[in-house]
Ligand binder design. Structure first.
Ligand code: KMH
Ligand code: ZN
Length: 273
């Protein structure tokens, strides 16, 4: 089977230090978490940034500072800025994370609107999605198509029919936010994308580890990290993102998959081609 790409979603926009004190806010903390994940075997850092008090921001300068600092200690890692940001941000605000220098090689592209718990709605209209896709294509940024249910795959394919995406497509199945996170759901999602596409999956919270194990067995790629899950196992908070990457590496070894380096991940995902 193809080598396994591990993405570490180290920070997110919603989780807090009250939930797990290791959640990073400052640039130093973000770098610490990125390095722990990279050292453990992550080849991609999915990046959100915060102000020092934990407030999420998409400000270009703050992203630039974080990316430059991560690059110093993880020179070849793939840094994937979020264009999702936090619920309620405007499209312009969200895209500001991609204005860093050099232009990012990879970034997320959220492919639909979804319920985000309580009264929160994460809004991505068709026009937002098509506009983000167009801008990313023009700027040579590979989109990771974030899909929270099957309908979002269909919206991504609509963008593809409009010529806004470059093949091979890469999807990230985020299970356990809107869609449930059973193995049946995962198999359905993996069977619903065009042949030749690559995919990553992540299970939110208590869904993290069965989704990781199934994904590794199915030939997909895995995302772990504080953005999606704060626990190493039931009742045990992870002390770092690195600990969660280590657990994914252990699962991969047990299941017979080798881990991809960042350059091997670029090759597998056709980044910069
Ligand atoms: N924080 C969520 C509202 C992404 O990074 O593209 C959006 C999100 C997805 O995390
Ligand atoms: Zn994110």
């Amino acid at each position: 089977m193809e080598k396994l790409i591990i993405t570490a979603a180290i920070c997110g926009a919603e989780v807090t230090k009250e939930q797990n004190p290791a959640v990073p806010y400052t640039i130093e903390e973000i770098v610490r978490e990125a390095k722990s994940a990279y050292d453990a075997g992550a080849s991609i850092i999915h990046l959100h940034v915060r102000w020092d008090d934990g407030t999420p921001t998409q400000e270009t300068k703050r992203f630039q500072e974080a990316v430059d600092a991560i690059r110093k200690v993880c020179p070849d890692v793939i840094i994937q800025p979020s264009t999702g940001g936090a619920v309620g941000m405007t499209d312009l605000e969200r895209l500001a994370s991609t204005d860093i220098v050099p232009t990012p090689e990879f970034a997320t592209l959220d492919c639909g609107t979804c319920n985000f718990g309580g009264d929160e709605i994460f809004v991505n209209t068709d026009n937002t999605i098509f506009n983000f896709a167009k801008i990313m294509k023009e700027r040579g940024i590979k989109p990771e198509l974030e899909v929270f249910d099957k309908g979002m795959i269909d919206i991504a394919l609509k963008a593809d029919r409009k010529g806004l995406l470059v093949h091979p497509l890469h999807f990230d199945f985020v299970l356990g936010v809107q869609m449930s996170a059973t193995i049946r759901d995962l198999v359905f999602m993996a069977g619903s994308i065009p042949a030749g596409s690559t995919w990553t999956a992540t299970g939110l919270g208590r869904n993290a580890w069965h989704i990781a194990a199934a994904t590794i067995s199915m030939g997909g790629h895995v995302r772990v990290g504080f953005e999606d899950n704060l626990y190493l196992e039931k009742g045990v908070l992870a002390k770092s993102n690195g600990e969660m990457v280590e657990k994914a590496v252990k699962l991969a070894k047990l299941l017979g998959r080798e881990i991809a380096t960042p350059n091997e991940a670029r090759e597998i995902l056709s980044i910069n081609k």
